[in-house]
Write a protein that binds this ligand. Structure first.
Ligand SMILES: [Fe+2]
Length: 296
């Protein structure tokens, strides 16, 4: 059946990497995967994991207030009642701004949820879902939409997600494995949606046949294909295809159809060597940012 298969990874902006690492590892209880570097060896982003899902904490972050709509929002599902309450307790004691534990209706995909705003003004949620996703994993993301009907068509027809109705004025779509994506109607996009932050995106896995169909459907339904900078830099293994793209509201997304090999975590040194070689061949350099020179 046509449609994106999983919500695979996300990245959101952080301004202080040690602070964000400490918070997501010690308070939220995620696990450390690796810290990625710029060409000069300075920190670029850290990958932490919620179960099998990678979450990128991306420098340099953005200086904007929290979005008034509550989106973009990133949600992590935990499987057990005990874990949910332990994590919520730690978050309440951490100094972040948080909301109430919410119980959801019997028609909702969620049993209960707890939202907070991290030290970098990202909206984050811990939830328990009606369809359990295991011990811990990415549950859903909620993105802003200025035209709900257009967004519904985009996510149901271009990405093939199954509409599952509304919950607290957000419209949800389900992946076959019961992860979800929500859209929140807004009169105008928040600064956080408009400014994104470097390499901030939400990534889905798709199969090879659906990838081809999506290449046509994404622009036809109001999205914009932004190509694949990693392929240009020689970082895609044989058979792996991917594009970065925007939905009709400029939310940054990615679809990837995997091949046989996974090169996503080749060493920093190897990665920059390949990028520099490939860019020299095509007559391009690397940006000041990629070298590690920070904007003043
Ligand atoms: Fe990605």
């Amino acid at each position: 059946m046509f449609g994106a298969e999983t919500l695979d990874h996300i990245a959101f902006p952080v301004r202080d990497l040690p602070r964000a690492e400490k918070f997501y590892l010690e308070v939220v209880g995620l696990s450390f995967l690796t810290q990625r570097k710029n060409a000069d060896g300075s920190p670029r982003h850290t990958y932490v994991k919620a179960g099998d899902n990678i979450i990128g904490l991306n420098l340099p972050g953005i200086q904007t207030k929290a979005s008034p709509s509550g989106a973009p929002r990133y949600a992590i599902a935990v499987g057990s009642e005990a874990n949910f309450h332990t994590i919520v307790q730690r978050i309440k004691q951490s100094g972040v701004i948080y909301g109430e534990i919410r119980d959801h209706s019997s028609r909702s995909p969620f049993l209960r949820s707890f939202g907070f705003t991290d030290f970098d003004n990202n909206h984050i949620e811990i939830c328990m879902n009606r369809q359990s996703l295991g011990d811990i994993c990415l549950s859903h993301v909620v993105l802003e939409a200025t035209n709900l009907e257009r967004a519904k068509r985009f996510y149901s027809e271009a990405l093939g997600l199954r509409p599952v109705g509304e919950d607290y004025s957000e419209t949800f779509f389900e992946f076959p494995n019961h992860q979800l994506l929500g859209v929140k109607p807004v009169a105008a996009l928040s600064d956080r949606t408009k400014r994104h932050g470097r390499a901030v995106h939400v990534a889905f896995n798709v199969n090879q046949d659906d990838f081809d169909r999506m290449l046509g459907l994404i622009p036809a339904l109001g999205g914009a294909n932004q190509g694949d900078s990693r392929a240009e830099d020689g970082l895609r293994p044989p058979g792996e295809r991917s594009i970065y793209f925007s939905d009709p509201d400029t939310n940054k997304l990615q679809i990837t159809a995997h091949g046989q090999e996974d090169w996503s975590l080749i060493s920093n040194e190897e990665k920059w060597q390949r990028i520099i070689e490939n860019r020299q061949k095509s007559g391009r350099g690397i940006s000041r940012f990629d070298r590690g020179v920070k904007p003043s």
